[in-house]
Design a protein around this ligand. Structure first.
Ligand code: J7C
Length: 395
């Protein structure tokens, strides 16, 4: 079977060949190795035993490693130190202080309990269920005791999936956002809890979530990793450049900081998710078209993505917006840079059109891949260039 995919690597296979599954990158394309060659193969062309270690496949959510990473203070310190993030939740609760009086609130994945404390401190809810599956929850219990909120905050040390509450709640608040919004797919747990425990007219905080993207110049990033090999110490190491592109740019850079002046056009909103209505199964694959009008000459190195979430006020049309993008104060999420293999020169008036497809990993349930397809049309240079690249996050 000759699998000659135009823009991806060619891999010659015959019926009955065995390949090693390296990465079920998307539901449609799997990255495999055959006789020392790697390439993408349509997933529906393959069947049979998975080469993965059985023990690995037993834990597709990698819960032990995942909750293990939240039992120490490192990640909680990072999240609490993130002022724009934490203050946004505090502002929402402050703005809705009256509306929250006497209400039942579920804080899902409460960590150290900061959001639950804001609810108990700034309003007078009937009860706040603070749910946390990692071992940090033992500390959270103590903090509630030591701060005198045991009457209001009930700490439940369990996974949302096992939750048993005496009644449904009026508000489901959670800080669930990961790299590129979706990584970790804690969102599935939030939606499960919504479907089981949120009243019909209940409120989701955040209420909506959006992924934004913009084409950008990333010269320092590209030069330091690829052009570096042109002449280190006067020697010609340029034959290493393809290996450098593969090694450094096959996955996105999750801690990139995009400067406004490196944007090549206005950003666009790729996804706009209503968290009250989206169905869990919709998370498997979400896609969006984009069209950027280049508004300055420059080198198009890649596309940078970030997310924003909106919190709808209970008694008014106002909303609080937490935007993690380059035009707002930096957050611990920073920005996610999808670097192309080959930079291209673009001019004002050029158009970069294409699509971004967010495909959840069918095996590793906290992971996804982003397939970006682009086409650049340049009236001034009378050229058209196009391409496609699949970025696993992280499997
Ligand atoms: N990207 C993030 N905001 N991660 C924060 C995740 C916090 O929620 C906790 N958490 C994540 N999923 C769950 C779940 N299904 N049930 C309970 N706690 C959870 C996790 O242990 C950590 O304290």
């Amino acid at each position: 079977m000759e699998v000659a995919i135009r823009w991806l690597k060619k891999l010659s296979l015959s019926q009955g060949d065995k390949v090693l599954l390296l990465n079920a990158v998307t539901g449609e394309w799997w990255w495999v190795e055959h006789n020392g060659h790697c390439g993408y193969v349509p997933a529906n062309y393959l069947h049979g035993a998975c080469e993965e270690e059985d023990s690995d496949v037993d834990d597709p959510w990698q819960d032990e490693e995942y909750y293990g990473s939240y039992k120490t203070l490192k990640l909680h310190l990072e999240m609490l130190s993130d002022q724009p993030r934490t203050q946004s939740y505090r502002n929402v609760i402050m703005q809705n202080s009256q509306a929250l009086k006497g209400k039942r609130i579920l804080d899902l994945g409460c960590g150290t309990g900061i959001i639950s404390f804001f609810c108990a401190q700034l309003s007078e809810p009937e009860v706040v269920y603070a749910v946390e599956a990692s071992d940090i929850v033992e500390q959270t219990r103590k903090l509630v005791e030591e701060n005198g909120y045991s009457r209001v905050i009930q700490v439940l040390g369990q996974r949302a999936e096992e939750l048993q509450l005496p009644t449904k709640v009026d508000v489901l608040v959670s800080e669930w956002m990961g790299t590129c919004l979706l990584f970790e797919f804690m969102l599935e747990s939030v939606l499960l809890a919504r479907d089981l425990w949120l009243k019909e007219d209940g409120v989701m905080w955040p209420s909506t979530a959006r992924i934004h993207m913009v084409p950008c110049c990333a010269d320092r990033e590209y030069s330091s990793r690829v052009h570096f090999w042109d002449s280190p110490y006067g020697l010609n190491f340029s034959s290493l450049k393809p290996m450098a592109v593969q090694e450094f740019f096959s996955t996105p850079k999750p801690d990139y900081v995009l400067k406004p002046e490196d944007c090549l056009s206005q950003p666009c909103t790729l996804l706009d998710v209503n968290l009250k209505t989206i169905k869990i199964e919709a998370l498997e694959r979400m896609s969006s078209e984009f069209q950027f009008h280049v508004d300055c000459d420059g080198t198009f190195h890649g596309l940078t993505a970030w997310f924003s979430v909106q919190f709808q006020n209970i008694d008014s049309q106002e909303q609080v917006d937490l935007d993690t993008g380059p035009f707002n104060p930096l957050t611990h999420w920073k920005h996610t840079l999808f670097m192309l293999d080959q930079p291209m020169q673009v001019r004002t008036g050029d158009k970069i059109a294409g699509s971004a497809v967010f495909t959840r990993n069918p095996i590793w349930r906290r992971h996804l891949s982003v397939t970006i397809t682009w086409s650049i049309t340049s009236p001034s240079q009378n050229t058209e260039q196009n391409g496609c690249k699949v970025f696993p996050i992280w499997r």
